[in-house]
Write a protein that binds this ligand. Structure first.
Ligand SMILES: N[C@@H](CCC(=O)N[C@@H](CS)C(=O)NCC(=O)O)C(=O)O
Length: 214
């Protein structure tokens, strides 16, 4: 399997965490999202992923795009350790937290949105960074409340086993650090991130541990 990745892509980071937890050997191809006008915009990468995002996973002579689809594929192929809990309700909650990040929060802070804010609305770097911070604060306020309501009292989002929820949440916390969001109002999110990063699989998947890190 070959993962097309960029070290600080939070969507690729999700896949790296899952592969690392499950011990799946991945070859990597590095796609720099800023160099050369964005290597993901070059014809060679568009031939792999016509929508132009990372990650993409080459497997079985085919390509899967969308991190959540890749995560579910890896889960089905390598069920151990499971990223989806046993009961339907807990599985729904794992997907619920994951989707708050993947579908609601992350799409607001991709490079293509940053570019559009600058080109169409003249937003300078500080305005764009504040846009990212506001989105993260709003999203994390909601997720923190959900985690409180789930009241799992564990080390991770849903108790004491890592799930899809943690795999998606931790990369978004990386973005929060990157843009200088204060995590004090979100103590559950902050402690879940700390606990996850103590696990070697999470540590190995971090942006700073990637060969293409700058
Ligand atoms: N929903 C997609 C998001 C893919 C995506 O937008 N990835 C970002 C990097 S985190 C990207 O490649 N963006 C390119 C751009 O915005 O131009 C997924 O989960 O895989």
């Amino acid at each position: 399997m070959k993962l097309h990745t960029f070290y600080r892509s939070t969507a690729a980071y999700r896949v790296r965490i899952a592969a690392s937890l499950k011990g799946i050997p991945l070859g990597c191809s590095y796609v720099h999202l800023l160099k050369d006008g964005g290597q993901h915009n070059q014809p060679a990468y568009r031939a792999i992923n016509p929508t132009g995002g990372v990650p993409s996973l080459e497997t079985e002579g085919d390509v899967i795009t969308q991190s959540l689809a890749i995560l579910e594929y890896l889960e089905e192929l390598y069920p151990e350790p499971p990223l989806l809990p046993r009961t339907p309700l807990a599985r729904a909650h794992a997907r619920e937290i994951a989707l708050h990040v993947v579908a609601d929060m992350h799409p607001l802070n991709t490079p293509r949105v940053m570019k559009r804010l600058a080109a169409q609305f003249g937003a300078d770097e500080e305005a764009r960074n504040e846009w990212v911070r506001i989105g993260i604060r709003e999203g994390f306020a909601g997720i923190e409340a959900l985690l409180r309501r789930l009241n799992s009292n564990g080390r991770y989002c849903l108790g004491n086993a890592v799930t899809l929820a943690d795999v998606c949440l931790v990369p978004q916390v990386f973005n929060a650090h990157r843009f200088g969001v204060d995590l004090a109002p979100y103590p559950l999110i902050a402690s879940i991130e700390r606990n996850c990063l103590m696990l070697p699989a999470f540590a190995a998947a971090q942006p700073s541990a990637q060969p293409d890190a700058e």
